[in-house]
Design a protein around this ligand. Structure first.
Ligand code: NAD
Length: 477
């Protein structure tokens, strides 16, 4: 069996208490890796290594060109090790290997290149003052960053946090999800090979509450906490970080509304809706998991959606023909299928999909539900999408905005003015018009309401991962 260890201070190490836990492959339902179980003493060791590397090491003091070159080398190594990363995430949490090779791995490498370039090319403002002084801004590294990530896009989301933190001169302790530990240790190892000084990127494995995660968020030597995960966990993380006033960035759950107007290009809307609802087996924070379709095209849209859902291939995630793999774990499968049990009780109907053998749920289309039914309001995080009709634009916007979440929303229309108008009215961190999942890493990314606190991406990442400083200087006496 594979053994996955922490990466602390430049070494791959077991936990001080020698304890381990298992990572279970959702396709075989068998353990495939033994993972070091980090506890308080291991978190202390990891934070101390990061602290020392920050306070005494070269990384925060290095010229941006040198840091940029190392991070580009890191990106090259990620691409060279694409097959290992793909196997790691697929075996840990069941996503199709082809998605890893075509999307997650290239995007992880791109995250490093983008933030390396962004930091190296960044400029600051100078403020001339009438008093005979001038002031200017500079962006100092913030210190030790705790990066806590979820299991649904393991490598991709680890790199989304680690890359900007490093690019801005910080040191990091990365705590990957316990369900998907393997790619993080590989990332830690490759970072050293790329030339990161020891202690700059540390990887700590373990659980959240009363475990490695909580030990990091409460640690007084941690200067920033960047967290992606469930909204309820986000509340606990924010409360813990408040104890030592560490700023938090929280990227949390979603219930993305997708509005399809009668004037939309229906082929386009169906194909994006299928991707939005079912890719990664629906285990996507940004999933289009509430579909609202204008009444005149509702029946036709639903018919096409069902046909497209039924054409998706379920199976072994390592098989290139597979579109939808198993859900990530037995507990998660139980949670997702509990929503299916609810459907007939609240007057709904399963048009296609449902439970399958193993930890599978087939792409599922629900109709006949009221907008306040549980499957329409809560984040299911599985391949299940309710479709509801609406009469006009005002109703569509009201339905979409009636949610505690506000991560993202989609709108399909060929009416240009309506596209802009609806985008303006939707309460969400990202609105996609006639598309889905397309990202520009310079743009703000984050959520409204229960979907998060703060923004990352481009200059928003700079604000979070640095201490902006004002320097005021007398120039006329
Ligand atoms: P989770 O909240 O259960 O766990 C996320 C991470 O937090 C894990 O590493 C876990 O060990 C750690 N953790 C748990 N409790 C903790 C605590 N008390 N203190 C510190 N750390 C703790 O989330 P998950 O099930 O791994 O991920 C799925 C969730 O993530 C979904 O809600 C999804 O929408 C969300 N998500 C959001 C985004 C986004 O960008 N907004 C992206 C991906 C996933």
């Amino acid at each position: 069996m594979n053994v996955v260890r922490h990466v602390i201070g430049g070494d791959e190490v077991d936990s001080l208490g020698r304890r381990r836990f298992e990572s279970v492959n959702p396709w075989t339902q068998e353990p495939w890796a033994e993972v070091a179980l980090g506890e308080q003493q291991d978190a202390d060791r990891a934070v101390e290594a990061a602290r020392r590397a920050f306070d005494e090491g070269p990384w925060p003091r290095m010229g941006t060109a040198e840091r940029r070159a190392i991070l580009h080398r890191f990106a090259d190594l990620i691409l060279e090790h694409a097959a290992e990363f793909a196997l790691a995430d697929t075996s840990d949490m069941g996503k199709p290997l082809s998605d890893m090779l075509e999307q997650d791995v290239p995007r992880a490498a791109h995250n490093f290149r983008f933030f390396a370039d962004h930091a190296a090319l960044s400029t600051g403002e100078l403020f001339p003052m009438d008093s005979g002084h001038h002031a200017y801004e500079q962006f100092d590294p913030a210190g030790v960053v705790a990066a806590i990530s979820p299991w649904n896009f393991p490598l991709m989301l680890e790199s989304w946090k680690v890359a900007p933190a490093l690019a801005w001169g910080n040191t990091v302790v990365l705590k990957p999800a316990e369900e998907s530990p393997t790619s993080a240790s590989l990332l830690g190892r490759l970072g050293l090979e790329a030339g990161l000084p020891p202690g700059v990127l540390n990887v700590l494995h373990g659980f959240g509450p009363d475990g490695a995660g909580e030990a990091l968020t409460t640690h007084p030597q941690v200067d920033r906490v960047t967290f992606t995960g469930e909204s309820a966990t986000g509340r606990a993380v924010a409360a813990a970080a408040a104890s030592h006033l560490a700023p938090v960035s929280l990227e949390l759950g979603g219930k993305g509304a997708s509005i399809v107007f009668a004037d939309a290009d229906l082929d386009h809307a169906v194909s994006w809706s299928v991707r939005a609802a079912f890719s990664n087996a629906g285990q996507v924070c940004l999933a289009g998991s509430r579909l609202f379709v204008e009444a005149p095209v509702y029946d036709e849209f639903v018919e096409r959606l069902v046909a497209a859902a039924e054409s998706l291939v379920l199976g072994d995630p390592a098989d290139p023909a597979t579109d939808v793999g198993p859900l990530s774990s037995r507990q998660h499968h139980a949670k997702v299928t509990s929503y299916l049990d609810d459907v007939p009780l609240v007057g709904g109907k399963v048009l296609t999909g449902g439970r399958r053998d193993g930890w599978f749920v087939a792409p599922t289309v629900l109709v006949g539900l009221a907008a306040d039914a549980r499957p329409c309001r809560e984040e299911i995080f599985g391949p299940i999408v309710p479709v509801l009709p609406f009469e006009d634009e005002d109703e569509a916007v009201r339905l979409a905005n009636d949610s505690p979440f506000g991560l993202n929303a989609m709108c399909f229309t060929t009416n240009l003015s309506r596209g802009h108008r609806v985008a303006r009215r939707l309460r969400a961190g990202t609105v996609w018009v006639n598309c889905f999942f397309v990202r520009d890493l310079r743009a703000p990314f984050g959520g409204v309401g229960d979907s998060g606190v703060g923004r990352e991406g481009g200059r928003y990442s700079r604000e979070f991962f640095t201490e902006p400083k004002a320097v005021v200087m007398e120039i006329d006496r």
